[in-house]
Write a protein that binds this ligand. Sequence first.
Ligand code: PGA
Length: 251
Amino acid sequence: MMRRSLVIGNWKMNGTRASAESLAQGIIAGLGADIGDIAVCVPYVYLSSVAEVVKGSRLALGSQNVADKASGAYTGEISATMLKEFNCQYALVGHSERRSYYGDTDASVAARFVQAQTQGIIPVLCVGETLEQREEDQTFAVIDQQLNAVIDSAGIAAFNNAVIAYEPVWAIGTGKTASDEQAQEVHHYIRQFIAAKDQAIADKVQILYGGSAKPDNAKGLFAMPDIDGGLIGGASLDAESFLAVYHSISE
Ligand code: PGA
């Protein structure tokens, strides 16, 4: 089955309003032929200005998180309804930096996933093991737990409108990329895990690789049968390198 490729930039906590706008402009200017979907997950406060820039283009907009509640007394949180107002098509949920620095738990990640979908926003569920867990052969057990937390509360059918990002924590921002084969092994595992519950969804769900993906290594990763694109941090902060990653999509 041919799945459409998807490349998402995760700008994290970087840039200024002006640099955010010009980065989005630079990406749009270099998009070229429609070989797959492309999006940028920008800091909340820049959604409004970047939404203006991407209007009418095929560069989609996303957020880096979403609240686990619909509305109310949750100081500092941003709801899915608010994100929808700025045409966010995607929301990252469960990024490892959220899990490790800000205490996002499996339960809250599941609730964020559900909240995104209530507004038709596609959650990009990030999963992945730490170096220690990999060395202890816990990779698949960690993935099982992170996926099950969401499947148990949202149901497998929710993955009709979701993206999964495999991001080995040891590869994020470290310059260490998983080899093509290491990444493929886990992507295949994830697809089989979903297939055991629903084959049609497994065939269709996009599974992205993230963790020091860059122009040099994207082609090899994207050529793997179960890797449908990438979630790109550092290399997404420069239009030229982000576009080079996007253009590494195998046609
Ligand atoms: P990186 O980040 O590409 O800088 O490793 C990826 C991510 O955290 O999504």
